[in-house]
Ligand binder design. Sequence first.
Ligand code: UT7
Length: 323
Amino acid sequence: MELRSVICGVGSHLPERVLTNAELSRKVDTSDEWIVARTGIRQRHIAADGELTSDLAIQAAVKALASAKCAAADIDLIVLATATPDLTFPASAARVQAALGVTKGAAFDVQAVCSGFIFALATADNFLARGQATRALVIGAETFSRLLDWGDRSTCVLFGDGAGAIVLEGQTQAEAGARGVLSTFIRTDGKLHDLLYVDGGPSQTQSVGKLRMVGNAVFRHAVEHISGAMLEACARAGIDISEVDWFVPHQANQRILDGVARKLGIDPEKVISTVALHGNTSAASVPLALDVAIRDGRAKQGDLVLMEALGGGLTWGAALVRL
Ligand code: UT7
């Protein structure tokens, strides 16, 4: 029996503390004008001391479960996308599982940095489509503020903390109708691993390290690979990109969102942008933006949504979903 994964709930969570560009420009040699003109970012949220990636993930998951009217007992898979786990191991997903009171199935982390949510969604979709799980929590959660070199103005102004989650349910074609994940596409090009990385880790340095990025080189790859992934995801589902109702991109830089829209002839009104208020929250940015678009009434059940992301690895991907 063919099964399809349907999104039946979405939730998100941001830490309380907001860090504005003005505040940042008092700490590092930058300005609100530069940050807004080059990135579109106006503020970002920063986790409090002791507030962990798993804490953000749990809050987002609780809201996603409530919106799906689903109990923790009904979940039998948790896939958490994060590059900022609480600890080197076990997976932060294990703590999330215990805190939610989920007792069935597996819980594990997926690490594809800013593309993490797309990779996690593709992973969970495969489990559900094969009937190896029935209801999954797919979460993107990050505390990138912990990885930043606050003396490096070229990176510290870009990132923020947050989490987003969806409940994904395996349904028969008859139950799902036209809804569900129609296609996913994920790619890695490891030759480009040194364009965006953290210079620490248990094996190489026995330390956590700081984020390093060759920003303009990543930028050049972003528009090309993201556009390609979006077209590929549409082609795999037999959908023309003009049929898509909402584009939910990874929120790295407004100029990337605009560049992709221009290249593919997309109406900018259809592109959900949260970059001004959230900054780049890595794996959390796509589900955070999806939640915003659903909560403010733009994205509705039955709408075609195309999500995409690119991040360290380099990794990139896209997922086409009918809500
Ligand atoms: O989410 C994962 C994927 N990541 C991305 O997609 C990020 C992709 N990259 C970007 O978004 C952009 O490359 C950045 C926003 C990171 C940088 O923008 P850019 O237009 O590529 O600037 P740049 O790195 O070429 O730097 C231009 C100038 C430099 O000064 P000089 O050498 O021209 O004098 C930088 O030193 O801007 C300077 N600069 C800054 N000035 C003020 C860099 N950061 C800052 C800053 N404030 N925060």
